[in-house]
Write a protein that binds this ligand. Structure first.
Ligand code: MLT
Length: 410
């Protein structure tokens, strides 16, 4: 009989979002009438249409594929040059990033999981708590952890608690770690990091020869000046960081699928014997072996967000979602709840009212207010006592959610 990967058996119940979907389906089946009023602010899935500039570029690309003279087959695995150039010229100006350090893909979730392919066993891995569950689960799957503890944490990982006291940016660990997951603006807490805090992490990584896996999927939502958009704004990051970016939330791409990873050619890991080895070359080898490139029309659509029309449309989308975040923040604050995030990120992180835990809040909001939120505990033990509201929704739905939150919890 074929041997399975036993590491999968260590995983707790389902991945958070399917688990929420399961509970919502059960509610919908049991309460078909109430379900008609259900508003989903759980998973951060966009609701507003793909920009016209992008749609037009994708239509044109499809037409090219329908013509023998302009047809294209396999594209470059790393992504078309037109997209990698546009990314560098628009998102990494003055940061020393070159187009061949960009690897275009079909999503950040896949990238942040797949990256573990190129790291060996025995690395000490540090993750924030609460955290985007993909970082933890993919480490479990690949065998980088022991068994799960009662609170859902895993043996072998270094958890870095993020809470109100440290402004949801973890303290630098006292021990030496090798791989560090950071996500800013943060999912799930919706908070941002300062340049100084990020510099301290880069300094730590350089000193300890660690690599920071920096998830910047929400950087376009930053509203305040002086919040870093990229880790490569920080001195020394080219020697210690990989950055993940995504088109999902900025251009309605959660279903279209396009993202990219930035790996500087100056970034080194070490071989078993201790000699340095290029991370860029390993990822390039991995990417071209296991991936045939993102779809051509999709890459054309992604490049179109960097045209004047595309930029204007993306700016409107961001304004819309951040306007929602402001309304949600204010509604929660008005009734005396303690609220974090929602200023530089599309997530609002709310402390549960006294006496209710986070899954309790989930059930209460689902059953009584018919609103789906995400329980903080689903993001890790330190998320207990909080819930997350996603601002990815229509304005009308967000206004209705504000009303229901005030009625239910006010
Ligand atoms: C979330 O709700 O945390 C995100 O939608 C998850 C994701 O982007 O995969």
């Amino acid at each position: 009989m074929a041997r399975i990967n036993d590491n999968f058996l260590k995983l707790q119940a389902g991945y958070l979002f399917p688990e929420i979907a399961r509970r919502v389906t059960a509610f919908t089946e049991a309460n078909p009438d109430a379900a008609k009023n259900l508003i989903r602010c759980g998973i951060g899935d966009v609701t507003e249409p793909v920009p016209e500039a992008t749609r037009k570029a994708m239509h044109d690309a499809i037409d090219e594929l329908g013509n023998r003279d302009t047809f294209r087959g396999y594209g470059p695995e790393q992504g078309y040059e037109f997209l990698r150039d546009a990314i560098v010229e628009n998102q990494f100006v003055g940061l020393g990033i070159e187009a061949d350090e960009i690897f275009v893909s079909d999503g950040s979730k896949c990238d942040s999981g797949n990256i573990l392919d190129i790291f060996g066993p025995g690395n000490k891995i540090a993750i924030t708590d609460p955290v985007y569950p993909v970082y933890v689960d993919t480490n479990v799957m690949i065998g980088n952890t022991g068994a799960a503890n009662e609170d859902g944490s895993f043996e072998g990982l270094v958890y870095m608690p993020c809470n109100a006291a440290n402004e949801f940016v973890p303290a630098i660990p006292e021990e030496k770690v090798d791989l560090i997951y950071l996500c800013y603006p943060n999912n799930p807490t919706g908070t941002a990091t300062t340049r100084e805090q990020l510099q301290a992490w880069v300094d730590y990584a350089l000193k300890n020869k660690a690599i920071i896996l920096y998830d910047a999927a929400y950087e376009s939502f930053i509203q305040e000046e002086d919040v870093p958009h990229s880790i490569f704004e920080i001195e020394g990051a080219r020697e210690c960081a990989i950055e993940f970016r995504s088109f999902s939330k900025i251009a309605g791409f959660t279903g279209v699928r396009c993202a990219f990873v930035v790996i500087p050619k100056t970034l080194m890991g070490q071989k078993a014997g201790g000699t340095p080895h290029s991370i860029h070359s390993l990822w390039s080898r991995r990417h071209s072996t296991k991936f045939n490139g993102a779809s051509y029309p999709v890459q054309r659509g992604a490049a179109a967000i960097f045209t004047d029309e595309g930029k204007a449309e993306v700016a409107e989308l961001i304004k819309h979602y951040m306007g929602n975040a402001k309304l949600l923040r204010e509604a929660c604050e008005e009734i005396g709840l303690t609220v974090f995030g929602g200023v530089n990120a599309p997530y609002v992180w709310v402390a549960c009212p006294e006496g209710t835990d986070s899954w309790g809040m989930f059930d209460r909001m689902l059953n009584e207010a018919n609103v789906v939120i995400t329980p903080g505990a689903g993001f890790g033990a330190a998320g207990e006592g909080y819930f997350r509201i996603s601002s990815f929704n229509s304005r009308a739905n967000v206004e209705e959610v504000c009303k229901r939150v005030k009625q239910q919890l006010g």
